[in-house]
Design a protein around this ligand. Structure first.
Ligand code: TXA
Ligand code: MG
Length: 359
């Protein structure tokens, strides 16, 4: 398949402001060109094709959510198990009406409080949502992304867009256009190549389908933030707290996507947890030791408390280490006392297959 690649880096909030509010001619030309590209991509969606596009979290691989055949093509392009449900992306919050069986006051409050933004809400689905989107579940995950390219694409396609992350199954989620190109060039109809993602880890997934709010996947929108808005306590799926991966059989995650061994690098990966200085010295010691055994060692240590930087950088760093041919990746744990740190650690521990070492 020949993949059309469109440069939409100029379609940012700032450029739109300069073009539309301040009326700068140059900004107008630049955004118009990008919007024409988005229009092309929207046509692809309307025709049942696949388009990869940026969001504030990670890049998504989208198809018309109401076109069953198109949605099924996503699984093929990603090489993904077909029981793994997708998130449906909206350009207008009120469009959730076509997808949800009913809207509860909590759902409405969350939409008003957090959309557009990195919060996916799982609600009972309406009959209009094809099984291919939900993997046969009676619920559907919905979100309105906070990204001008994503919103323009969905608006112009005139239909909600079902999209998982735009990586090949088993690879880290793509946080930059080059990651998408690397994984999906030749496998999808079009790629909207925008800027690197602001958040860098996938959206928080919150289940509201059974009344009580339960976090199924941690993300930038935190349990505390949701609890404060709703004025009630928010549970977290116990499966997220596992430190033992699949071995912890009592904890089967409610979110189907959480059960798959996620990105597992070719390299062996370990996460060192402990006091900062101790982690640093052990990291250096293990690196030297393993290099003397002829292994290629990559290390990954984010600044202490730089949680957003870690979220933005984690997947890109893992890809870079893979590409550099590392045999062993030694990473330093982040503090899980911070909610974003907790969300990043959720991905890091999965990548390491729960190979966590206290030092
Ligand atoms: O930030 C994001 O959420 C990105 C961007 C593209 O929006 N998308 C993303 O999609 O991460 P994906 O397919 O990689 O992850 C979707 C997650 C999976 O863990 C899946 O199991 C869960 O959402 N999910 C989707 N529908 C669900 C449902 N009806 N019930 C429970 N979990 C659901
Ligand atoms: Mg994914």
């Amino acid at each position: 398949m020949n993949t059309a690649i469109y440069d939409v880096r100029n379609l940012t909030e700032e450029m739109l402001e300069r073009a539309e509010v301040r009326g700068e001619a140059e900004a107008r030309r630049a955004t118009d060109t990008a919007l024409e590209a988005v229009e092309e991509a929207a046509r692809v969606i309307r025709r049942g094709g696949l388009v990869a596009f940026p969001t504030e979290t990670v890049y998504g691989l989208g198809a018309d959510a109401f076109n069953e055949a198109a949605v099924r093509r996503i699984y093929a392009a990603k090489g993904r198990p077909s029981d793994n449900p997708m998130i449906v992306h909206l350009a207008r919050a009120s469009d959730i009406g076509a997808l949800a069986a009913a809207l509860t006051p909590d759902t409405v409050r969350l939409i008003e409080g957090f959309w557009p933004g990195p919060l996916s809400i799982v609600v009972k689905k309406s009959a209009a949502v094809p099984d291919a989107v939900t993997g046969g579940l009676d619920s559907v995950a919905v979100r309105m992304p906070d990204d001008p390219v994503a919103l323009a694409l969905i608006r112009r396609a005139g239909t909600p867009i079902a999209a998982p992350s735009a990586n090949l199954s088993g690879r880290p989620s793509p946080t930059a256009a080059e990651h998408v190109l690397r994984d999906l060039d030749g496998r999808v109809d079009a790629i909207l190549a925008g800027n690197p993602c602001r958040v860098g880890i996938e959206s928080t997934v919150l289940d509201l389908s059974e009344g009580r709010p339960v976090i199924l996947r941690p993300g930038f929108v935190t349990a505390d933030g949701i609890a404060a808005l709703l004025g009630k306590s928010v549970e977290t799926d116990p499966a997220i707290f596992t430190r033992d991966g699949d071995k912890d059989a009592a904890r089967v995650p409610k979110s189907p996507g959480m059960k798959y061994r996620h990105y597992a690098p070719e390299a062996e990966m370990m996460v060192l947890e402990g006091a900062r200085e101790r982690v640093k010295s052990e990291m250096a010691r293990l690196k030297t030791l393993n290099e003397r055994l002829g292994r290629r060692v990559g290390t990954l240590l984010f600044e202490e408390k730089a949680f957003l930087e870690a979220a933005q950088g984690l997947f890109a760093e893992l890809r870079a280490l893979d590409d550099a041919g590392a045999d062993l990746i030694i990473a330093g744990a982040l503090s899980e006392d911070d909610a974003l740190g907790f969300a990043v650690m959720n991905r890091m521990m999965k990548a390491a297959g729960y190979n966590i070492i206290r030092v």
